[in-house]
Ligand binder design. Sequence first.
Ligand SMILES: [Zn+2]
Length: 155
Amino acid sequence: MNALYRLDRHARRAAARHGHRPGHRVPPVPTSPPAHYKCHGCGAEGVKLWREYQTAASVTALLCAPCACRSQKKPDTVGPDGQRPDEIFGERMRTDQIGWMVPAIPDGDTYWGYTSVPRAACAWWTALPTRVPGGSAAAPSPAIVAVAAALGAAS
Ligand SMILES: [Zn+2]
């Protein structure tokens, strides 16, 4: 079954629901994840990825939910919608941030700014699975350990 086809339909439906008016630039929504859209920690593909906040797209590390949580030393409580309970407010305020990492939503060769993601692109990301089906037992790679160390030093 073509999961990407379903994602595409989901994104299109979301775009239609939010009523882009004729003449307005419709934000480009990738129909399938770009080739580089792969977890730098465990290599997972076709899942939601997070990027470091305010880091240039060319150098940012992309991490899947389990790897992002490990790198940020957070419990992996990310749900299927890519949200997790806020550390202060708990379930009353769910967030898509994992420590210093935010959703990586492709916009061509770069990523949408955290506060400027069009709804359709947001829907595209939300439709991606949060985890590799069956789970990944991959141990943290040297890349994750390096990211964790760099972010730990910066905070
Ligand atoms: Zn990963």
